[in-house]
Design a binder for this molecule. Structure first.
Ligand code: ADP
Ligand code: MG
Length: 451
């Protein structure tokens, strides 16, 4: 049931490793095993509603959930963690005991690295030469102190996440004994807040202090979050003092990080600041050629040159154009020629960048259609999760693709205030960063809107 609600990839990553331990009918207690506290955290953060619905369906109202974190199979060490489904509550709170931080228990750390982001498929160019070379040096020798922290910054879609994953994977390959962890700043913050709520901050800190190579992606997300910053400061100091490697990414350099504590900014500059610059035309061309070869496509040189010359800001955009081109040519059974490339580029990257004005009505209709939700529901005050999501997406798309003020957008989607609109846009953009399949769906929807 879970697998039919999420993508195969998501299921394989998050649910396939979860095991059934037992169900106690008298106590209505279901016990599941999870391979790491992270998997549990992630599932609860992203799939709590789905999990709850499935459990209620299978086991009835009021079923309680307990996790066993299988951290060391040989010594049979496991932590029991309980969560309670309160059927009366609309948002059940799962209670748990927190992260088990004993060094033994942490042997089997799930590093959260994305296996597809390797050095082998990270095409080299002038714009990424420095961070790439330093990344390779760190992977060779993670105990060096010169590049600690490595702070990589650059705009959206220039390859930050890919590169830091590649570094992490290479470290693991060359030094399997090291504990490498990749975490987005957003997830770090969520886990931290959670640990405050459950009174397990010490465990949280101890866990992070046990890492050898800590990679935190998009640290600009820490801006204005004072408590998270404070906690991260302690973790940073401990790791740094003990010669552990920190790798951070940000969408801007430290000087431009507003809302970040001075003492953290100072530390960010201790090691190496390396910019991932916007890809040069020749790198864009090389990446296109690489991906075209890999996907077995047939694209002529003038078309490649045209795309490389036009799509100039982000490699993510470049990939998007290529994927759309492939889709159009397959669906319409036509060659990928210049005309098609022009159309696809203006529909995907070109138009969204110019903020071509779509109408609110279009956005609402298309989004409702895409999510199979009634427009009346979106405009009503219902708090049903799928409706809330669709409503938030409408507000987000309206903010991205129209020139209307948040007040006007709020008024349109059922008399909502501008704070609600801002909050919704933030919620959607955070999820876009954390949830790849959600991002793919929203991109698809945006593609439809552009047609
Ligand atoms: P960022 O984190 O900076 O927003 P990502 O690392 O997510 O960007 O990169 C966006 C996309 O571009 C990813 O699919 C990534 O694999 C691809 N990409 C980025 N840089 C390169 C590169 N040098 N070679 C090949 N693919 C790249
Ligand atoms: Mg990224």
């Amino acid at each position: 049931m879970i697998s039919s609600n999420i993508s195969r990839e998501q299921y394989d990553t998050w649910f396939a490793p979860v095991g059934f331990v037992g169900y106690d009918e008298d106590g209505q207690m279901l016990t599941l095993s999870v391979p790491s506290p992270f998997i549990r955290e992630y599932i609860e953060e992203h799939y709590l509603k789905l999990l709850r619905a499935v459990l209620q369906h299978q086991y009835g109202q009021g079923v309680r959930l307990r996790y066993e974190v299988k951290v060391d199979a040989i010594n049979n060490l496991s932590t029991r963690e309980e969560g309670t489904e309160r059927s009366t509550s609309t948002s059940p709170v799962m209670r748990r005991e927190g992260v088990n931080a004993s060094p033994r228990a942490l042997q089997h750390l799930d590093s959260q690295l994305k296996p597809e982001y390797t050095f082998d498929n990270f095409v080299e160019g002038e714009s990424n030469k420095l961070p790439r070379t330093v990344g390779l040096a760190i992977a060779q020798n993670p105990h060096q102190a010169t590049f600690n922290p490595l702070f990589i910054y650059g705009g959206s879609g220039v390859g930050k996440t890919h590169l830091v994953n590649a570094i992490g994977l290479r470290v693991k390959e060359l030094h399997p004994e090291l504990r490498v962890l990749y975490v987005s700043a957003h997830l770090f913050q969520v886990q931290y807040t959670d640990s405050v709520r459950h009174n397990t901050v010490n465990d949280f800190i101890a866990f992070y202090q046990s890492i050898d190579v800590l990679i935190i992606d998009d640290v600009q997300e820490f801006a204005s979050l004072q408590k998270t910053q404070n906690t991260f400061f302690h973790i940073f100091n401990h790791l740094h003092q003990n010669g552990k490697q920190l790798i951070l990414t940000s969408d801007r350099p430290p000087v431009a990080l507003e809302g970040m504590e001075e003492r953290l900014l100072t530390r960010f500059k201790w090691g190496l600041l390396a910019e991932l610059e916007q890809p040069t035309q020749s790198l864009r061309r090389d990446i296109l050629c690489y991906k075209i070869r890999r996907d077995g496509l047939k694209v002529s040189t003038p078309v490649i040159d045209y795309i490389a010359a036009t799509v100039d800001k982000s490699i993510r955009d470049l990939e998007g154009v290529l994927t759309s081109l492939m889709a159009y040519s397959v669906v319409n059974n036509c060659e990928i020629d210049l005309g098609l490339a022009e159309r696809v580029i203006s529909r995907t990257v070109g138009i969204s960048r110019q903020h071509a004005t779509l109408s609110l009505e279009d956005i609402l209709t298309r989004t409702c259609h895409y999510f199979s939700i009634d427009r009346e529901d979106v405009l009503s005050s219902t708090r049903k999760a799928p409706v809330v999501l669709a409503r938030q997406v409408v507000m987000y798309l309206a903010q991205q693709h129209t020139r209307l003020s948040t007040t006007k957008i709020g008024a349109f989607v059922g008399k909502r205030g501008h704070a609600t609109v801002l909050h919704s846009c933030q919620a959607v953009s955070q999820r876009l960063q954390a949830d790849d399949s959600f991002r793919e769906r929203i991109e698809e929807l945006e593609g439809l809107l552009m047609q």
